[in-house]
Ligand binder design. Structure first.
Ligand SMILES: [Zn+2]
Length: 351
């Protein structure tokens, strides 16, 4: 233990020597399904030890962790955190300084980082069961689609089509489940399988941009792809299920295997491969919106050159696309699609 307590004349002594009075920013990042570390890349000062105050918001519980000095910008929390739980964390740095006649102790501190731990497979399975229950409460309605689609701005697609024609995957935003283990962890591209329940064709409006790219379903969903259930949520009325498509054996596939629920591609109530060969299509539920997160790059021009039926259409823009970039959080008040632990918390907050 490199941190030791010295008798102090008064509390002022403890604070007076702080070299960095401005709180600095820290982050908490996931290292394993329930393992977390704090990162402290912004601090550059002397340190003899670290004290971490970790507060679990509900049920309220606090932890104190002490680290002796390590010359690293990252520190693993030495215990697992509860999944899908909100925490607040603050870091204090303690150092001793030799004055002319005495030794002083100083400190500096970080801002308070608030974070929600990711869901583990158990919580994703709970949402999966809730999604199944929701679907079984409704008369099953399906439609057959031949293409998945993705709406973006003119600028986005023009940039791609005037360069190498490859649509590159990027970080998932913070929409949907706040505790989703995909947030900022894996890269991909969102596609939709949603159809208008009246016309049974893709709706002619989009929140994400007026240009719609259509990709044959068999190019994104085939024998070499695993399909995982990752999320069930709503913003207003219609519920959404999110499925993740990974190339079997890839690093992303391994990541999803540990955290999500593997779904049978030819037998599930959300979205299934139907038919074989060149006539393969997809059967999708119309009772909920099915979104796909495809975790590979999409070579639009290359696929087009191979005579796959990849094409663009135009749709009406609805709402502000910019607001959608950071994702819209799920409806916290919904009793259908929230984890029981969040609902318990909600009930607690209302008391
Ligand atoms: Zn809901």
């Amino acid at each position: 233990m490199a941190v030791s307590l010295h008798p102090l004349k008064n509390y002022q002594d403890f604070c007076v020597d702080a070299t960095n009075k401005i709180p600095y920013h820290i982050d908490v990042v996931s290292t394993s399904p329930q393992g977390y570390m704090l990162t402290d890349y912004h601090y550059s000062g002397g340190t003899d030890g670290l004290i971490v105050l970790l507060h679990q918001v509900y049920p309220p519980e606090s932890f104190l962790v002490m680290f002796r000095y390590q010359p690293y910008p990252t520190y693993n929390l030495p215990f697992v955190l509860k999944p899908a739980t909100e925490y607040k964390l603050q870091l204090f740095r303690v150092y001793t300084r030799r004055g002319k006649e005495d030794i002083g102790i100083g400190n500096s501190h970080s801002t308070v980082a608030t974070f929600t731990t990711y869901m583990t497979q158990a919580e994703v399975r709970e949402l999966y069961m809730k999604a199944l229950a929701y679907l079984s409460d409704h008369r099953p309605r399906f439609t057959i689609i031949t293409h998945f689609y993705r709406n973006k701005s003119d600028e986005y697609f023009t940039n791609i089509m005037t360069s190498n024609g490859v649509m590159y995957k990027y970080d998932k935003n913070w929409g949907g489940e706040q505790a989703s283990s995909l947030n900022k962890q894996i890269k991909g591209l969102f596609f939709s399988a949603n159809v208008d329940p009246v016309t049974m064709t893709p709706p002619d409006i989009s929140y994400f941009g007026p240009v719609r790219l259509h990709i044959p379903t068999y190019l994104l969903l085939h024998d070499d792809i695993n399909m995982y259930f990752s999320d069930f949520y709503c913003h207003t009325v219609k519920h959404k299920a999110q499925l993740v498509l990974t190339v079997k054996g890839s690093q992303t596939d391994f990541y999803c295997q540990q955290r999500l629920v593997l779904v049978d591609k030819r037998n599930n109530p959300f979205l299934m491969r139907a038919g074989y060969g060149p006539f393969e299509a997809v059967r999708v539920t119309v009772n909920i919106t099915v979104e796909l997160f495809y975790t590979e790059d999409v070579p639009i021009i290359a696929w087009r050159n191979m005579n796959h039926n990849v094409y663009f259409t135009r749709t009406k823009q609805k709402g502000k696309a910019l607001a959608m970039v950071n994702g819209v959080p799920k409806n916290k008040d919904c009793r259908i699609c929230n984890l029981d632990c969040f609902l318990d918390r909600l009930a607690h907050d209302l008391v």
